[in-house]
Design a protein around this ligand. Sequence first.
Ligand code: AMP
Length: 547
Amino acid sequence: MQGLMMDMPLLVSNLLRHAARHFPDVEIVSRRVEGDLHRYSYRDCHDRAARLADAFTKRGVHVGDRIATLAWNGYRHMEIYYAAAGLGGVVHTINPRLHPEQIAWIVNHSNDAYLAFDLTFVPIVEAIAAHCPNVRGWIAMCGRDRMPATTKIPNLLCYEELLAEGAEGYVWPELDERSACGLCYTSGTTGNPKGALYSHRSTVLHAYAAALPDAMGASARDSILPVVPMFHVNAWGLPYTAPLVGAKLVFPGPALDGKSIYELFESEKVTYSAGVPTVWLGLLQHVSANNLRFSTFRRTVIGGSACPPAMIRAFQEQYGVDVIHAWGMTEMSPLGTLSRLQNKHLDLPKEAQQKILEKQGHVIFGVDMKIVDDDGRELAWDGKAYGNLLVRGPWVVKEYFKGEGGDPLVYDAQGRGWFPTGDVATIDADGYMQITDRSKDVIKSGGEWISSIDLENLAIAHPAVAQAAVIGIAHPKWDERPLLVVVKKPGAEVTKDELIRFYEGKIAKWWTPDDVQFVDAIPLGATGKILKTRLRETFKDYRLPTA
Ligand code: AMP
């Protein structure tokens, strides 16, 4: 017997329509490339997105067509998200920090029909346009008065003029909720990038899940500033979650330095934010150097790479900001786990609570996970056994765009597919997961594994250390031994011996790095993660003193 409830598809356009109808005056504030602040409401955003969808449709954009973006977080980017997905197309966000050759490769692989770009990225578009013959139009995200004076971009369109081609009163089509709405390529540290193709259903379910109190915990009382870019897994879903709950949105545009972010936090009464650890370093340094306080900022999600416990403490103890440590990946839309306390943890001593909050956390309903050994046998949830982390759920990829790489899943005895994350983790008895490493970054010493993340987190806690990375260096006896690579804080001094001593009593002795190298900068990838491959390359001729 069938249930007798209305069969309404879960569509991305409904998120914005809901916000426009039920939170019409809630603001979206954006710092523009031009430097000024732009403000309007969900109703305005919805109406402009609908006109843009109509304009694209009139220009022959069909269901399934890709519309790409090279853009910062801002209201026009949000309009493209909804226009492209709402009309039945696919918004394809591209990370502008990738190499232009890689961007051209991605545009061609995706076969983008249009590409919209912020003025910052004119040089990238000039470099790739001639290599992307299938793009029908390159849309400069500005008005006529700001159009770039360039002859190197064929079929150059003006965003505001394009939008004006659309009529008012466009009606969003009722699509199949399983149809595609968003495309995001993985960073592709090995081989070519692969596309994760999100559906309306997966995106809306993820938006619901992200909003839950023990996930991101977003509400209509929040003013949310996603520092995480809209080209990094859809700003972790916040452009979908914010309209779902009716939260105010504050977009920082290109100004991601500590001072600019702090100013927006204060002027827009931001309560809530999200970003990778490296951006918060800049903010914390600015706030501490200028002896500032946050008036309204209370919570932030930190993920994308391991959040150092020292950062969680600094936010909590010095500024009263709760850090929600989160883990996920492009292939998971991206949220998988977040670290919040449960009722039974509330009476624990502060230190024990802190240890829980430092983990990558507990799954949200929808995602299931397990750890397995190299033969696929499931490992115990005891917080000690570590193994390959596998996940499944309605917002986890089952296959990459265009079938790249074949079937990525592994199958259990019941024939259910699990996605291998490439992460190595422990899970404790309460179901809290902790990443020990990317499987290719673990340091194998004497047949045992050393967690580079643990060693980095400890080094970061030293007052003279700004950034730290640990890599395995070949060793004749032990196979590999850890090398600590450090960037010192400006003006700070510390020696190798002091750093090695800093580990004493905090870890098993044999985990202690064999050497420390000081560098001016640690290479970061396009999404702010330490590029261990590049670091290993830099130190490929280096010999450990113990070797
Ligand atoms: P991406 O798809 O580029 O966002 O990368 C996903 C990968 O980032 C994961 O598989 C992890 O290796 C890493 N990652 C994300 N969040 C965390 C976290 N909180 N702690 C440690 N690693 C993380």
